[in-house]
Ligand binder design. Structure first.
Ligand code: HEC
Ligand code: HEC
Length: 370
């Protein structure tokens, strides 16, 4: 026994001496490259838009054009779903900022989704995904979405992908090695594509950049939004000098429901994930970018129009154990804080300036199958 292990140690020492490398990848015994692994994609650099927070996501630096293109094909490809009739884009439509088209809950294999399909934009800056933040990391989100919302069956999907010449080339180039198409790579490619969904050219952005001016009503609406008259900025801003994400990416209860105990919430939200009583009934503060095209609103899609949302904040927020103190302060404490009809109209006009038609019509983000 001793002799055998001494032999193994000696043999490995010789091997290391020959190859000069301890970390040869398995299968590449002599450290030689397979010819296929010479396929590598071209680096795709994400530019940080003006006044946006720094990009801290480490994976953002490893994007390639081929990886992004691969993610885009996967996102729009119906072959990925169990019934062959759905793709990610069935519920995340570009013209609605990648939210669903006017439905509170989206239809999938098993019935209806539990919650409203959110817009997908600027998620490169999001740390927790889904309304309850149950997932960290876009690749994990893609994985969860593939299995739950899309009901994909891994082996069927993978054998389809392996039989398609466009996919095999893209997989090789995107991941720089002999393509062994697997689920992890599918999720990583989807992540790369989602990272490129950047909205940064609404009128709101152009005014920030000094390229355009608000109308008088939009200007008044902006002040209602950004002061305690409306108080919206206190949650729908990222703070720290950069407000352009229009969300603080935190979990809050904005007073939608009146309950006596936290267990009475129809959806426990954040509390259901981290099991902290004070987090029941809290949901991720959504970005208000492109909000004019992403109706209906809230985690359950209860409001059809922005007028209804504004009326709700102004006139009918409700009390519950986890309601945000700001909601009580802004909308319930003083009658004078309720918005007048004119203020509501101005606020609405301001919300319309958040629509980014460059993003909604970006051909780099639309279906490659047309
Ligand atoms: C049947 C409709 C449907 C399909 C198909 C679908 N999604 Fe979703 N998506 C949703 C819903 C609903 C949510 C919100 C779920 C929640 O918060 O509980 C969501 C949430 C997300 C989020 C999180 C967004 C955020 O702001 O936190 C991402 C990212 C996402 N989906 C990507 C994808 C990808 C990638 C695919 C394809 C693999 C996909 N979705 C397929 C309905 C769908
Ligand atoms: C205390 C924090 C807070 C304040 C203040 C606040 N919001 Fe919200 N807002 C939220 C949260 C949290 C949600 C998601 C709630 C949910 O779905 O359960 C939300 C959702 C929304 C939505 C729906 C977006 C979507 O994609 O479904 C709109 C529109 C909106 N808010 C506009 C406003 C406006 C306008 C104001 C100011 C009058 C405002 N909010 C003030 C926290 C806040």
């Amino acid at each position: 026994m001793k002799r055998i292990s001494a032999f193994v140690v000696l043999a490995s020492a010789i091997l290391i001496a020959i190859t000069g490398c301890r970390n040869n990848p398995p299968g590449n015994f002599w450290g030689r490259q397979e010819p296929d692994s010479l396929y590598t994609g071209k680096k795709y650099t994400i530019q940080r838009p003006f006044k946006f927070p720094p990009i801290t996501n480490k994976y953002a630096d490893s994007l390639t054009y081929e990886g992004v293109e691969l993610g885009r094909r996967l996102f729009y490809d119906k072959h990925l779903s169990k019934d062959g009739e759905k793709s990610c884009a069935s519920c995340h439509l570009i013209q609605y900022a990648f939210s669903d088209s006017g439905v509170a809950k989206s239809a999938n294999e098993t019935g209806l989704t539990k919650r409203n399909a959110p817009a997908l934009q600027n998620l490169l800056w999001a740390k927790q995904l889904f309304w309850d933040g149950k997932i960290t990391g876009l690749d994990a989100t893609a994985k969860d979405a593939s299995h739950n919302e899309l009901a994909i069956v891994s082996d069927i999907t993978i054998s389809y992908l392996k039989s398609d010449s466009v996919y095999t080339v893209l997989f090789k180039k995107a991941f720089g090695r002999p393509g062994d198409i697997n689920e992890e790579e599918i999720d990583k490619a989807l992540e790369q594509f989602i990272m490129t969904m950047i909205s940064c050219n609404s009128k709101y952005d152009r005014v920030q950049r000094g390229e355009e001016h608000y109308t008088a009503s939009e200007e008044r609406g902006f002040h209602i939004f950004s002061s305690d008259t409306g108080g919206c900025f206190r949650c729908h801003h990222s703070g720290g000098g950069s407000s352009l994400l229009l969300t603080d990416n935190l979990f809050k209860n904005n007073g939608l429901d009146s309950v006596n105990t936290v267990y009475q919430f129809a959806d426990s939200g954040r509390g259901g994930v981290i099991h902290v009583l004070s987090d029941y009934g809290k949901f991720k503060v959504p970005s208000l970018r492109n909000v004019a095209v992403s109706s209906p609103y809230m985690h359950d899609g209860r409001f059809k129009s922005l007028q209804q949302v504004i009326n709700f904040y102004s006139d009918s927020t409700r009390i519950s154990p986890s309601v945000d103190p700001l909601i009580l302060f802004l909308f319930r404490s003083k009658k004078s804080h309720h918005l007048t009809a004119r203020e509501k109209g101005d606020l609405l006009n301001f919300l319309y300036t958040l629509t980014d038609s460059t993003f909604l019509n970006n051909t780099a983000l639309s279906s490659p199958f047309k």
